[in-house]
Design a protein around this ligand. Sequence first.
Ligand SMILES: [Cu+2]
Length: 192
Amino acid sequence: MMSMQHSCPYSSITKVAGKRSLYEGFIVFQMAGNDTEYWALGFDYTIGSNTYSANGKINVSAPAKRNIVSFKGSDNVNYIIALVAPTNPKVAVNDMQAMVFKMQDMMTFQTVDGYTIKIDPRMPGMGNHSSPNNTDLKQNSTDKTYQGKLSLTMTGYWKINLQLENQAGAILKGEPVTTANESSSIFFEIEF
Ligand SMILES: [Cu+2]
């Protein structure tokens, strides 16, 4: 993002198994662009022994439903939590997956290890009811993403209230949902 000169979390690009020319990776854009503050994307690649670079300005629009949260924790660290799954939610107990990054500096983001993402899905349009059989997200040792179970008992608009907890059990951001407090300060949104 040029005018502020900061980057975002991203992966390396790797060849997709079983494909001849397809490569993939991810980029977590923590904010949308506009005419004056925009994202520029660059990457290098080789064909045979020749090296090339591609650089360009790209349009990043805001999602219809919130799937990234970016905030400063009570430990004064800047965090980003990105929703990965479900991409196709069902009336069921869904596998939920998210990634947690901390901002090391404006250009460097690191995966955060050993935290817990506590979830509390609610339907604000229906008396803020919850759902049974949810499981908080814990880090998977293999791919380092955070995984848990998200129970969605009906279609409609759900707010997935979040709390980020560190290894010591301290809540770094987010509040419990109670009758007096209908939403956490950090949440994802799902509508289906
Ligand atoms: Cu409902």
